[in-house]
Design a protein around this ligand. Structure first.
Ligand code: 26W
Length: 824
């Protein structure tokens, strides 16, 4: 039993004290007592006890930043996929063991307690989780930073399966309150919308523009403290909730329009009601544009209010104090909004304003998929944000007439490509072009992706501004993704390389000395086995499927997308099943294929793939003939807290996107750090992972980016593979039978169609054979248990680069130029 904590901020806290604090909060804060408290009350009381230290750190940090008048980065993101906070905050404050002991004395199991917390699922996937890892790193590294986003009432939908089909249910993460957020009514903002622009002349005869909005929305900030590791700095994630503006509302109410005022409320509250569940497809919906503007405008006003408290009307230091990072183009409307505030509201001339803007903003690109590149119709923009459209036109005019004309005189083709406005049947505002033009740096998220951003997406911009486009390879926080989620492995690492690794992941490199040590191999693989046993319980609980922890646990967890190719995994599973049926002695180590994935509610084929995996699972899992050699499990409602249970138990990590399509991937990093061996394509960060861990410790297959381009250029025909490979043909034909859907032939046919008549846009069939061979390599490798253990250990040892602290340091050095301030 440990009675002290490892960190200065909580150094003298004993389990006894923490226990008293929990009991005190149970009574005084939550109005119950030890005899009748529910698990939820215990969780609330523990959170309150914990918050005493959080708030202390928050005050110290905010005071330190204020007193030093620090430059800060403001991370604008429509998504923050935070997951649960209790365990993470306890770990980062060094209080986990203290709390565990305190709760134990009170008869409460800490694991049961943390399971009380709903995930804060305010994001879809990689982009939102990256934002969450980044704010953890910023606080850990004592960097002045604020996360800005939306306080969604409903996060990403809860996924259920009904007869194998995905059903979406609303997520209500804060229905009964959330102990980690603080409402700040003193910092409310008002945001205009709609209306028209009036052109007037001022006393000097200059043209001035006046926007007459016909709606005003109130933005109410909720602050979530972000506790850095060791608890010294506590930064803020500020999330805006929309409400009807009081003054607007009272007018209507007094005029007797109770129902009208009620409708105003409902409409205003709709803005922050729900997270859009699409990733990678831009639907162009009015409410989404309003969400983007609402939170960007609230955040900029908040930043300006804080700036003016110190600098009043001296704008010359603004861009020295304020960096704004745009997480994809979703908050790009912040660029014309800052122009509007400076030019219209603060009467600063255009050129000065534009210089400030360009020095303030930077933009991270997360995708090259054309359907994900945001475009808004000019018509919609004009309706919702008429003044912003005018400003965009002016930005565009000056850019094309001055900068593009100077570089490429008279070249209208290049002008058409670089214009913020896309001409055509319906004129569109291109948010990517706006973001590049209005930023000082633009980065991709892995080497290969950033190279493609330069060569394929924005080549002319790269020619115009050779310094602007850059790379920052993604990373993940080892505090959540090793320390908190894999306590057994963490304890082994502590014993082997010391306890400093959570803030210096390169220290894991020393584990390589133990990679061939038989005793260490056994301990490492025993921990993996124990984690697998834990996951078998979760699987049983969620699906009622029995799996054997001595089988290979092969895991694919990520959003469901054709480009991520869960269906390639499925084709291979069906091929294995077929081999086993043809030859029950087919030589393979037993394997459990485990999936976790949500499909966007409107993405029919993605939902069909989920259904197909579930149907194949039903059949395979109950087929006595294959003697348990193959199991398929689709865990419902994949989310951060489930990932934390799956990742420590993975033997194999499936990273099988079509080369050139996955910008980076971050799950690939989490799995490899926890000792899983990657089977993957040369795509995104897989390439850099392979470089770091070495080619003997990953299994690479498939076409490269250049080969994919060449195959497509030559005119790819999936039919060649269908007729050229018996196994492919047999498996695809299987989809049309009722073998997996008894009595209902054709229920799975859409997958076959997409891969043949649909042209197989993501080259599943072209990569199938190479993938199947790679899977045989995985099998052979696993049978060599010493070789496998060595590779698994070296994966953990050599993943230091993928700490999000390293990513943040790259942003600091190349883009933000921030200085650290340790809270006093
Ligand atoms: C307009 C709709 C929309 C919504 C979300 C388009 C695109 C997105 C995101 C960019 C999707 C996303 O999460 N992208 C992922 O970002 C991760 C973090 O950089 C990368 O690791 C993933 O490869 C990328 O798919």
């Amino acid at each position: 039993k440990s009675n002290t904590t490892p960190f200065a901020v909580t150094a003298n806290v004993t389990a006894e004290q923490f226990k008293d604090s929990i009991v005190k909060h149970l009574n005084a804060t939550h109005g119950t007592d030890v005899n009748k408290a529910s698990n939820r009350s215990w969780w609330n009381a523990t959170a309150s006890a914990l918050n005493e230290y959080v708030y202390n750190g928050l005050s110290n940090t905010q005071r330190t930043y204020f007193e030093n008048d620090t430059r800060a980065v403001h991370y604008f993101s429509l998504e923050f996929l935070m997951g649960r906070l209790t365990g993470n905050n306890l770990h980062n404050l060094g209080l986990f063991n203290v709390a565990k002991e305190a709760l134990n004395d009170l008869g409460i199991d800490i694991e049961t307690l943390v399971d009380e917390e709903e995930d804060m699922a305010l994001g879809n996937g990689g982009l939102g989780r990256l934002a969450a890892c980044f704010i953890d790193s910023l606080a850990t590294m004592h960097l002045p930073a604020v996360g800005y986003g939306i306080h969604y009432e409903h996060g990403l939908f809860r996924q259920e399966f009904q007869q194998g089909r995905q059903i979406e249910r609303p997520d209500s993460w804060r229905e009964y309150g959330n102990p980690f957020e603080i409402c700040r009514p003193e910092s409310v903002q008002e945001i205009p919308l709609y209306g028209y622009v009036e052109t007037k002349f001022d006393e000097n005869g200059h043209i001035v523009k006046q926007w007459h909005p016909n709606r005003v929305i109130k933005g109410v900030p909720w602050d979530v403290p972000v506790v850095g590791y060791e608890g010294t700095n506590v930064n803020v994630l500020r999330l805006w909730e929309s409400r009807a503006s009081d003054f607007f509302n009272w007018d209507v109410f007094n005029a007797g329009g109770y129902h009208d005022s009620h409708r105003e409320n409902v409409e205003a509250e709709t803005i922050s009601k729900v997270l859009y569940p699409n990733d990678e497809t831009d639907a162009g919906k009015e409410l989404r544009l309003i969400q983007q503007y609402f939170f960007s405008a609230c955040s900029l006003k908040d930043i300006i209010r804080r700036y003016r408290r110190v600098h009043n009307d001296d704008w010359s230091k603004f861009s020295a104090q304020v960096a704004v990072q745009l997480n994809d183009t979703h908050p790009a409307v912040a660029i014309p909004e800052l122009m509007r505030l400076l030019v219209d509201e603060y009467n600063i001339d255009w050129d000065t304003s534009w210089t400030i803007c360009r020095e303030t903003f930077s933009y991270t690109n997360h995708t090259l998929l054309p359907e994900a590149l945001e475009k808004w119709s000019v018509r919609l923009f004009e309706k919702v944000l008429p003044r912003h459209l005018e400003i965009i036109y002016e930005i565009n005019r000056r850019f094309l007439e001055e900068e593009v004309e100077a570089k490429w005189p008279g070249d209208d083709e290049i002008k058409a490509k670089l214009s913020i406005i896309e001409e055509g049947h319906e004129r569109m505002v291109r948010m990517g072009n706006l973001s590049v033009i209005g930023s000082n740096k633009v980065n991709g998220v892995a080497e290969v992706h950033s190279a493609l951003v330069k060569s394929d997406l924005f080549p002319e911009f790269d020619a115009l501004w050779p310094e602007k486009l850059t790379n920052v390879t993604n990373g993940v926080t080892p505090r959540r993704w090793i320390k908190a989620c894999n306590p057994k492995l963490s304890a082994l690492i502590d014993e082997t390389v010391g306890t400093e690794w959570p803030t210096n992941l390169e220290l894991l490199r020393d584990l390589d000395k133990k990679a061939d040590d038989a005793k260490f191999q056994k301990t490492f693989m025993d921990i993996k086995h124990e984690n697998k046993v834990e996951l078998t319980k979760v699987i049983k609980d969620l699906t009622d499927i029995d799996v054997d922890p001595s089988a290979i646990f092969d895991i694919q967890i990520k959003r469901l997308h054709e480009y991520k190719r869960q269906h390639l995994n499925l084709l291979h599973i069906m091929a294995l099943y077929r081999r086993l049926l043809q030859n029950p002695d087919y030589d393979m180590h037993p394997r459990v294929f485990i999936f976790g994935a949500k499909a966007a509610p409107g993405y029919a084929l993605a939902k069909d793939i989920i259904y197909a995996i579930n149907k194949v699972a039903d059949k395979v899992n109950n087929d006595e003939r294959i003697k348990g050699k193959l199991k398929v499990v689709f865990l419902p409602n994949y989310r951060v807290s489930l990932a934390e249970k799956m990742i420590p138990a993975a033997d194999v990590s499936e990273q099988i996107s079509t080369a050139g399509k996955e910008a980076s991937g971050t799950g690939n990093m989490k799995l490899a750090m926890n000792g899983a061996i990657t089977i993957g394509t040369l795509d995104g960060a897989n390439i850099e992972i392979a470089e770091e861990v070495g080619e003997d410790n990953v299994v690479i297959f498939g076409l490269t980016v250049d080969e994919v381009k060449a195959v497509k250029k030559a005119g790819y025909s999936p039919w060649d593979y269908y007729y050229g490979n018996q196994e492919i043909k047999a498996v695809l034909d299987w989809f049309e039978t009722d073998y997996f859907t008894p009595g209902k032939p054709g229920e799975l046919a859409s997958i076959k169609h997409s891969l043949l008549d649909g042209g197989d846009p993501y080259l599943c069939l072209a990569d199938f054979e190479s993938y199947a061979k790679a899977q045989e390599q995985v099998d052979a490798k696993y049978k060599d248990s010493k070789g496998w253990a060595r590779s698994a250990i070296l994966n953990t040892a050599y993943m230091g680069k993928f700490n999000s602290d390293r990513s943040i340091q790259d942003y600091v050095d190349r883009i933000w130029k921030l200085k650290a301030y340790k809270a006093q």
